[in-house]
Design a protein around this ligand. Structure first.
Ligand code: ZN
Length: 333
């Protein structure tokens, strides 16, 4: 198993401290079927398959993939488990990651379980609940002003000898998230859903699911959903001019320039999907719908539901299987 540059194809060992190629290309993962089968002894926090919960909303059936049941409360645990498990196997002793909250908590928790020291760079307007959770796992927290993107810039400048356990740059993270596709497939009786509405920030959920369904051999149509307040993927997908990015209630998808934009656009296009933006007022309305059905989800799940409601505004065929991942728990904010 190794990483290779998507542009010049140069190979890098997984233990290398480079997080992208000298030529500026991003890493991809090369693994043989044997690599995939013979995984190192996993670092575990007792993960289980998460439920796929069918709910009728306004006469339409949606399947909610309840990733809030993961050990730290978000789907990022899948990626952290895979990445930290491999780093522990390789004897890496120190990691750093930048995050709006979910990835930071996931990496901090699995690093704690593996006995790996962890530093997490967060934007200084992070919610107090998210900050408390990351600190509680024993990670050193560095608060950075001027937004989520800047937290990443400062981390990369200060990385030193730490391994960059990035949920964006490190391909092992997406490889871990890919396992969610397999669960959904089995939970739907070995069929691929017709649509998956995916909230998109940095794209780690979308790219993980894309990888997983590609391995199964058939793609659902992926509909990327963003807040109209910050919708760079929607604008790029539709070749619209850039606009000012503003803050949104869906704080974990507030990413104004995703590093893997090209991969995101490719995943949406190859699946026959699209990208749509929803207003924050619609996100809050959808959140109340979920809350009143007993689901206390992160607002990104409400964004995806709002996106599905607007996409199927003229009706949705009864036989469609439409999946909406619930990326994280509402308890974090
Ligand atoms: Zn290169």
């Amino acid at each position: 198993m190794h990483f290779y540059c998507e542009r010049c194809k140069k190979e890098y060992p997984v233990a290398a401290h480079a997080y992208m190629c000298g030529c500026g290309g991003l890493f991809r993962l090369y693994q043989t079927p044997l690599d995939a089968a013979e995984r190192p002894a996993p670092v575990t926090l007792g993960e289980t398959e998460t439920p796929l919960l069918p709910l009728m909303i306004d006469g339409h059936r949606f399947y909610f993939k309840m990733e809030d049941r993961q050990p730290t409360g978000s789907f990022k645990d899948r990626g952290a488990k895979r990445l930290i498990g491999m780093l522990a196997h390789l004897g890496i002793g120190r990691v750093a990651v930048d995050s709006a909250g979910n990835a930071g908590a996931a990496v901090a928790a699995y690093a704690a379980a593996a006995g790996i020291a962890c530093r997490v760079y967060v934007p200084d307007d992070i919610s107090p609940e998210r900050l408390r959770q990351i600190s509680a796992y024993g990670a050193e927290v560095v608060r950075v002003p001027n937004g989520r993107m800047n937290a990443g810039c400062v981390l990369r400048a200060e990385l030193g000898g730490d391994y960059y356990a990035s949920h964006i740059y490190n391909p092992l993270f997406a490889d871990g998230i890919a396992g969610m596709a397999e669960e959904i497939y089995h939970q739907l009786g070995d069929t691929v859903p017709d649509y998956i509405f995916v909230p998109v920030g940095n794209g780690s959920l979308l790219l993980g699911l894309y990888r997983g369904f590609a391995a199964i051999g058939r793609l659902p149509r992926f509909i990327g959903v963003q807040s109209a307040q910050c919708a760079p993927v929607v604008r790029a997908f539709r070749s619209l001019p850039e606009t000012q990015h503003r803050s949104t209630v869906a704080e974990t998808i507030r990413v104004c320039a995703p590093a893997r934009m090209e991969d995101i656009l490719t995943a949406l296009r190859r699946s026959g999907g699209t990208a749509i933006a929803v207003e924050d007022s619609e996100i809050l309305k959808a959140a109340r719908r979920l809350n009143h059905r007993g689901i206390y989800a992160e607002l990104t799940a409400a964004a995806a539901l709002a996106g599905a409601r607007s996409f199927f505004a003229d009706g949705m065929p009864d036989n469609y299987r439409v999946v909406i991942p619930v990326p994280g728990s509402g308890l974090k904010r």
